[in-house]
Design a protein around this ligand. Sequence first.
Ligand SMILES: Cc1cc2nc3c(=O)[nH]c(=O)nc-3n(C[C@H](O)[C@H](O)[C@H](O)COP(=O)(O)O)c2cc1C
Length: 236
Amino acid sequence: MAGITDADFLNKVIPYGFNVATLGGYSLDTPTIEASKKIIQRGRKEFDFPLDMIFNHIENEVGLIKKFHRNVKVSANVRSTNPQPIIEVGNIKKLDIVEINCHCRQNEILAIGCGQEMLKRDDLNKFISQIADNVSSEVSVKIRANVEGVDSLKIAKLVENAGADYLHVDAMKPGVFEADWQLLKEICNNVNIKVIGNNSVNSLENVKKMIDTGVNGFSIARSVISANLDFDITNF
Ligand SMILES: Cc1cc2nc3c(=O)[nH]c(=O)nc-3n(C[C@H](O)[C@H](O)[C@H](O)COP(=O)(O)O)c2cc1C
């Protein structure tokens, strides 16, 4: 979660049972950094690092997590209009996973063709495969489901074919306060890539629904910051 999930925050929540911790989202090139500044100006939290600091910063943050939690995989969720800076992050020593953000829906990010707008790029396959072919870390692609004009299942297959290791799906369904369990099932039944389900894991009941979709793992965001989980995640 932009502006929130830094090493300090993650080190506090990892002991509750997480085996992957995601830093970021970070903006990595001039257009995304400028967009982040505009988002900050209207009062929303964002990480704000200049181009000449961001890569060192991420490397330090990874080190701060690994220092206390050697066996936890560290992921960095990143945005960029071109693959090169993402490749640079994916080659950071000790970083386990670089996660391409095809998910953000802040207007400033959409205006530069980033975040969920990436799902509409004709060259998305090439964008992902260029990264997958040139990094030492694993590659995750985080998508938002049910984006208007985008076939989520088609995107899931594209991400798999492009050579990513994980498909991270925010299964948001507009107008509904729960994940789109049916879509997650459909994706899991049609791809072999590891699928990480996301959205509305905020109760034991929803954990069960999430696991029943067939996902390989799941992620939790808002319930971690509000600290209102009514179950022990170490049981899963
Ligand atoms: C304040 C806030 C900031 C977020 N920032 C990011 C981000 O930078 N990158 C990203 O991929 N998702 C971001 N998200 C989305 C969450 O990671 C997650 O996909 C979404 O909240 C749904 O999952 P949940 O129901 O567990 O919260 C953010 C969510 C919130 C509430």
